[in-house]
Design a protein around this ligand. Structure first.
Ligand code: NAD
Length: 439
């Protein structure tokens, strides 16, 4: 569907609102049917989506299934298994003065919600929020990213074949289409992307007092303690950092370690890159590409920020940038002034934990914090003295695969969260009910 003018956006939202008001989306059967059909779409068209992801981002089939298609299927299964239980009214005790009355809360659908997704995981980040919006009984408009055009087109064609078209709509497009949508009154807006557009979304939402969830990014640090097995640490850092060529919101952005550990860690990281992607990563089917020329140029501009330990090679025609590790990086270097969002991993040296904590706290609150240490005292201090959306002790990225954990940022890395039951909470209003007998 095309929505290029506010008139057609208004018509779309009015149509979805009218369908929502019939009450059909409240029905548990409707919700489970939509989720089951969405699951069928993913399993029946998984290969087509994987090919689209390869066309847009050079993702390998294995990575496409693991991080996008199967990820979303698991989110659906987790929700389907528990949804009826989650929707049970939750009793609340009443004060003595109301003896005889009962109180409870119910999860009320919000109405018509908007999901705006980015390009880096264009299946997962569009459809996982949709799972929550449908589970909560809403009508939904989803807006895929124009920067992953093959995936956007595939999703726009497939979703209407599987889902209730009266209550679920896909709007493809870029800034004009999104701007037209944002002029309308939604009951919730769920945005994933960068903080600049996050502010535009929030300002548009404020006009209608529409609540927002903002899933943003930032520079997620990884602290490496001196007591660790650097081979294991490096292997895990490389897996997390260079997945999707570093274009992952929770990728470790930079490494903090002490001066004695920095050199052996740099060597271990170079060895881990070679172990994972071979001597020439451009030939590895497991290694992705940069989404477009603009991001390629931006990333190439960051490659001179330190001493190249491994990588640095790049080719604009293939949008290839080798997995790159930089040592001797100054905290003021260009690579430390913005979220990297690409395959460049700088190592910054700090004199111990106090300085590491200070370094993290002097910057915006990150989406994730990673720590590699055996010391309970170090873990405790990092947990209690820093603020981040989530924490991964010993392993990057994996915390977001735990459906029972909320996924979201804090401060500059976002507001609100989702996954599993938290998605239901995000896309519902918890309505308080007091029931007092009339006597
Ligand atoms: P993007 O350019 O695809 O933009 C995201 C969405 O915003 C798109 O649908 C786009 O059409 C829309 N958009 C762009 N400009 C707009 C405007 N002026 N008005 C209204 N809508 C507009 O993706 P991106 O922002 O480059 O994504 C990368 C960022 O997203 C990084 O900062 C990354 O960390 C963050 N991110 C966060 C998460 C998370 O879950 N927290 C996940 C992925 C990416």
């Amino acid at each position: 569907m095309t929505v290029g003018t506010s008139g057609s956006a208004a018509g779309l939202v009015a149509r979805l609102r009218a369908a929502f008001r019939t009450g059909r989306t409240r029905d548990l059967d409707w919700r489970t049917t939509q989720l089951t059909r969405l699951r069928a779409l993913l399993t029946e068209h998984g290969d087509e989506l994987a090919e689209a992801l390869h066309a847009d981002l050079g993702k390998s089939r294995k990575e496409a299934y693991r991080t996008e298609i199967d990820f979303t299927v698991r989110e659906i299964d987790h929700t389907l298994e528990r949804l009826a239980g989650w929707l049970e009214p939750e009793p609340a005790p009443v004060p003595a003065a109301l003896a005889g009355a009962t109180a409870h809360t119910v999860q009320d659908p919000l109405g018509v919600v908007l999901v705006i997704a980015p390009w880096n995981y264009p299946v997962q980040l569009l459809l996982a929020p949709l799972v929550g919006a449908l589970a909560a009984g809403n009508a939904v408009v989803v807006k895929p990213s124009e920067l992953a055009p093959t995936t956007s087109a595939a999703v726009a064609r497939l979703l209407p074949e599987y889902l209730d078209t009266e209550t679920v709509a896909v709007v493809e497009g870029a800034v004009p289409e999104t701007t037209a949508l944002l002029a309308e009154r939604f009951d919730h807006i769920f945005y994933t992307g960068n903080g600049t557009v996050g502010r535009i979304v929030m300002a548009a939402a404020a006009k209608h007092l529409t609540p927002v969830t903002l899933e943003l990014g930032g520079k997620s640090p990884a602290f490496v303690d001196r007591d660790t097995d650097l081979r294991t640490v490096a292997s895990r850092l490389v897996s997390g950092k260079f997945l999707n060529a570093g274009q992952t919101c929770v990728a470790p952005d930079y490494v903090l370690t002490d001066p004695e550990t920095a050199a052996p860690l740099a060597e271990a990281l170079a060895a881990a890159v070679e172990e994972r992607f071979g001597p020439d990563p451009s030939a590895s089917p497991e290694y992705g590409r940069i989404v477009n020329g603009r991001h390629f140029d931006r990333l190439v501009g960051l490659l001179d920020s330190g001493r190249t330990v491994t990588g640095g090679a790049h080719d604009r025609s293939g949008k290839y940038i080798a997995p790159t590790v930089l040592a001797d990086v100054s905290p003021d270097a260009p690579v430390m002034r913005e979220e990297i969002f690409g395959p460049v991993l700088p190592i910054i040296t700090v004199d111990g934990l106090d300085e590491a904590i200070g370094f993290i706290n002097d910057r915006d609150k990150p989406l994730a914090l990673y720590a590699f240490t055996h010391s309970p005292a170090v873990r405790d201090r990092l947990l209690t003295e820093t603020s981040s959306g989530g924490v991964g002790m010993g392993l990057p990225l994996a915390h977001l695969t735990v459906s029972d954990l909320p996924f979201g940022g804090v401060g500059e890395s976002g507001m609100g969260n989702y996954h599993g039951r938290y998605s239901l909470e995000t896309f519902s209003h918890r309505k308080a009910v007091l029931d007092t007998p009339l006597g």
